[in-house]
Design a protein around this ligand. Sequence first.
Ligand code: ZN
Length: 762
Amino acid sequence: MKKLNLWFCYLLLSYFTILTSSCSKNNGDNSNIIIDNGKIALGFDKNNGSLSVFRDIQNSHDWFDTTSVTGSPWEIEFTKDGVSELIDFSSATKFSSSKPDPATIVLKWKKFNKPEISKLEVEAKISLDKDKALSYWNISVRNYDGKLLKQVLFPRIAGLKEGGNEYLAVPQWMGQIMKDPRKNLAAIKSRIRKYEWIYPGLSFQCLALYDPEKCGFYAASNDSLSYIKNFSFSLDTLNTLVYRMHNLPSLDPSSANYSTPYSGVIGTFKGDWITAAGIYRDWGSKQRWARESRIKRNLTPEWLENTALWVWNRSKSDNVLVPAADIKQRLGLPVNVFWHWWHGCSYDDGFPEYVPPREGKKSFLSAVAEAHKKGIKSIVYMNQRLWGTTTESWTKENAVEHAVMNAGGKINTHVYNIFSNKGTASMCMGTQFWKDKYASLSDSAVNTYTVDGVYMDQACSALLCYDPDHGHPVGPGKYWLENFGKLTDQIRSKIPQEKQMILAGEGCGEAWLPHLDLMLTLAVSKERYAGVNQWETIPFFQAVYHEYSITYGNYSSLLVPPYDELWPAEYAPKKPLEMLDKKFNKQFLMEQARSFVWGMQPTIANYQAKLASQRKEEIDFLLDLARTRNNALKYLLFGKFMKNPDFETPYEEMDISRLSIYAGKTGNSVTTFRGTFPLVYSGTWQADDMDLGIALASISDKQVPVKLGFNADEYDLPASGKIFIIDDKGRKELGSYTKNEINVDLTLAPGDLCVVEVTSDK
Ligand SMILES: [Zn+2]
């Protein structure tokens, strides 16, 4: 897995912006030009265009107070001869504003007081939604001849006053949430206190800052073409939050004009991240990527939809297909394999010399055929962009010409493998060379080596390539994703339909929905790779796109991670595949419980037959979970994410392990944390026929009473109906409800899993 390194790089790659010193205090008097749709009001200072009124009318909440300093609603960064310069409205000597219609404001700045940009014109257009508490922000930048436009920061919303009990939700991977973002930003020991994220990389384009009892700030983009852009929150010198959307034009020295090809979206809401996900889903689910998602077009093969459990094992078939057959027999449901280290080369540094497989062609083919007889299918790891720079093929095939070039004109190399210290370079998706290479590797894997799919590591992200000879726009843009689509089309064109091959990818991303059958959302087990920190995983992506995607994956393991036999022997652990300490068993249960209630296909990492007896309780929990889920696919595979009804859940402090496949060197690959986590997990899903399924999983050692009480109207359910319990054995009637009142009293025994089903009376 490469994601950590890469995403951390993105964070480090933050654009150093200078907080504006030219500010204007906001006020609410008639010096403002105001638009108001009965839901929100926005007002701009008539003298300089500063955003001075930002009011949630429905919730009587003002985002600014009399001390808020909001400053310029935009910043522009130019570069010339490698030197960057950031300007804002304070450089403009002429400003005008107009209101072409009651819901729209146009702001214009010109006559800039610097000779080289004296002809520059900046025009912003802000309009309110007809019905919703949303506004749309567009900007044009004109006449910057002789300069390169690096980024346009717009909208820039500064001076956001503290909400109180505040949370920040971000769709980083499947999603994450932070309590007290101001406090955490203030603790950053740097002059610039900022969180910045790149999209794609963010799985969709919406962030939410809110106090669930008061008001929420909704920031999004309605870009249906997935241009690369960044989103950031920073803390300014006045301790107020500043939100920015970083629009990143492709570098084009001949261009002197830029207009955002989409709008920034700013709005308000009352609720939490699920409310924000609902606002975004209203837009996202109407886009091409949802309509054309593989699952909605019935292009995902039945075997994928029927997969009850994934086994994620590594190395030769004996260590992968044999354990998978063991657990399949115990489970009695379809088990398939997510297969790493099958390839001939050493992990990370030998890519893309994948074939022949390390155990030899004959052995591999016969093992895969044997697994097929048992109904076990395999998808194999192939990184979709890395090439080892010390491989023979790197030189022989002149791969460097087709690698991603950075802004400085160099090829970035990165060492993931700390044992071999050999580097890798990212190949440019925009080149036909790399698409041909990867498509031919996929052709070999599926047609020659008879596997059932390819897992494309590092998939749901986009890189910026500055090579002017690759035939794509230079730097940012939307070409990476477009070319990813071409690559998957090319792969599929070479593979007969009857093979029912799938393409899986790392991470999740709205724009990849038409291209990938399956998405790996490992953040469900984030603690295993990131420990316990201020960010907590939330199923934000599933909340928006569950019914348009199939997500799977989990680092959840009862063994210490394996060591690749092709890595240097001197660093190998003395006892491979050692049992993890039992104190981490509950973490395993927690990770599995999350994936169950969050609507993912369950996965166990590093499964061995001995675990069925030596960690019986944990394996039984997993089997029970897979069976229960299999009886509730209407909800847990195909359902739409809903907010849970309120109920009390106990919490407990537990031991958490962080482990890395690259830690064998010291002989100690496990770090221990303590963390407090819920003991009952829940997820609520609505089926196409409007029936409701509430998944519950207890990881407590004690009995836990669960009292669900809610009104049928909250979920558009009929006024009366029946209540069932779905578990590993099937479905049984629990009772009925009338007069809109649904009340369910349950006692969950230790390790209990079920889905409470509420249906119309039929
Ligand atoms: Zn390129």
